[in-house]
Design a protein around this ligand. Structure first.
Ligand SMILES: Cc1ncc(COP(=O)(O)O)c(C=O)c1O
Length: 404
């Protein structure tokens, strides 16, 4: 909890102060020159000449301590903090993709990411090819050849578990596709959005990912009171991303960095408790006559297509449940409009439980055929389980399901 900060640095303050400053004074012009040369990669840092604080778009103590702690959580060399999850995602994509490339991505994706990958990047001449959890490596290679012939594979992007279906993607398999497209002068980065399970229950870097991304707005922040993003990985992988962040200005601010440091102190307590409560809530939903299907990782069992992958890649089921109710959109809306303890709101991972309708809300902009094909149906409700008492949540859902 205290990693990367010492009270003697700040008048004994047990917690790091909020360094609410845009810029940092240099002790001499020579020092300023040296700090810039190191920050811009013109010279390497040495024992004698270490990097220094310059300007809060480039570096800030609250962000640096937070980034060191995130790197520690993931056993990574480096972390970077961003203004939002989307800022982390777009900055990473822009760092590696070039006009003419193709990005290979899992499907479904969070609606905002889907938009960037399938619409925004297309305007810059970057094609997108999708694959879902049912496809084998050979199927994906065939699809890539058929849909983007002759294009350089720029990057492989995965969201696992997928929002909102909880589908798992095999990171090792995806990394082996990137390896097959690696040459002396190009390696397609393997990027994983770990928002649903990490860093407690899934460590993509250990399965071959190069960069792990987060909407830190979710479990990392954990209190539905901030918007932020995180990237972690090796120094080599993140060097271009750090440069892109500096020049596009997509970093987080000091206050958000400080809030995230506070949040990380209870991350393990919150995520473990939320996962325990989610198991109780999922069991209740599974047996309910108005619920057609529950998408919850804890229900995977030996023999299911994704069970072996789940055991290999994840250490717990987390706190995200999607379930389909009878009556399609009308049934889902009746349920959502009848909840009282669970709030009807997008976002997830906070201390309070939230429910939403992916088909018309978070995934409103996704191609309807893609939605249906990947299980994002009009009757699907996404539930993020918080830290309330499980009996209270079950009572609320039980009451709301009566209206379906
Ligand atoms: C899985 C996932 N990734 C990324 C994002 C985008 O994060 P943010 O809203 O912090 O920009 C979200 C937001 O809902 C998400 O659910």
């Amino acid at each position: 909890m205290g990693y990367g900060y010492h009270p003697e640095w700040s008048e004994g303050s047990l917690k790091s102060p909020i360094f609410q400053t845009s810029t940092f004074a240099f002790s001499s012009a020579e020092e300023g020159k040296r700090f810039f040369a190191i920050a811009y990669g013109l010279v390497d840092a040495t024992d004698e000449h270490s990097p220094g604080l310059i300007y809060s778009r480039i570096n800030n103590p609250d962000l640096e301590i937070l980034e060191d702690r995130m790197a520690m959580w993931e056993n990574a060399e480096m972390g970077l903090a961003f203004a939002s999850g989307m800022a982390a995602i777009t900055t990473t994509l822009l760092s590696f993709l070039r006009p003419g490339d193709v990005v290979l991505h899992s499907c479904p994706l969070y609606g905002g990411t889907d938009h960037v990958v399938n619409h925004t990047l297309a305007e810059f001449g970057i094609a997108a090819v999708s694959f879902d959890s049912s496809l084998s490596k050979a199927d994906i290679e065939t699809k890539l050849d058929a849909e983007a012939p002759g294009r350089r594979l720029g990057l492989v992007y995965m969201e696992t578990p997928a929002n909102p279906t909880n589908d798992l993607i095999d990171i090792e398999m995806a990394a082996s596709i990137a390896a097959a497209h690696t040459s002396d002068d190009h390696h397609p980065m393997v990027v994983v959005d770990n928002t649903f399970l990490g860093p407690l229950f899934q460590r993509p870097l250990e399965h071959g990912a190069d960069i792990v991304l987060y909407s830190a707005t979710k479990f990392l922040g954990g209190h539905s009171d901030l918007i932020a993003g995180i990237a972690v990985g090796s120094k080599a992988a993140l060097k271009p991303v750090a440069a892109m962040r500096t020049f596009t200005g997509t970093m987080a601010d000091a206050w958000t960095g400080w809030l995230l440091m506070r949040s990380l102190e209870t991350l393990s307590l919150r995520m473990n408790r939320q996962a325990e409560t989610a198991a109780r809530v999922a069991s209740f939903l599974k047996d309910h006559p108005k619920v057609i299907k529950v998408r919850y990782l804890g229900f995977l069992k030996a023999g299911d297509a994704q069970y072996e992958l789940y055991k290999r890649q994840c250490s717990a089921a987390g706190a995200m449940i999607s379930f389909e109710v009878e009556g399609g959109e009308e049934g889902a809306f009746r349920l959502l409009n009848s909840l009282s303890l669970v709030s009807l709101a997008v976002s997830l991972g906070g201390t309070e439980s939230l429910a939403e309708h992916p088909y018309t809300m978070t995934h409103a902009g996704v191609d309807p055929d893609h939605k249906i094909a990947t299980g994002v149906t009009p009757g699907l409700v996404r539930l993020s389980v918080g830290v309330e008492h499980p009996d209270d949540l079950i009572a609320d859902l039980s009451h709301a399901l009566q209206s379906v």
